[in-house]
Design a protein. Sequence first.
Length: 105
Amino acid sequence: MKQAVHPKWYPEAKVTCACGNSFTTGSTLPAIQVDICSQCHPFFTGQTRFVDTQGRVEKFQAKQKAVAGKKYIKKKDKKILQEKREREEEKKRPKTLKEVLLAKS
């Protein structure tokens, strides 16, 4: 069996949470920084709160505010509006060669 294949084991590795809680455990790292632990996790505390370290909740809420004022058009209604625009454009186009020549001069 090969020697020195496994990383060094730290039986007293200190784990520190963002909330300030710390405890010891075994690990291949001497110190570990975590964002959430059992002392501050909503599942264990029973408190409803957002656990967000990358701003995902705020980003989602900002999108919801931006969309709140907009009106959405159904796909069927969009198609009807597009057809109406096309009909209006068709009416504006010259129908004969004579009309085309008159428009150029």
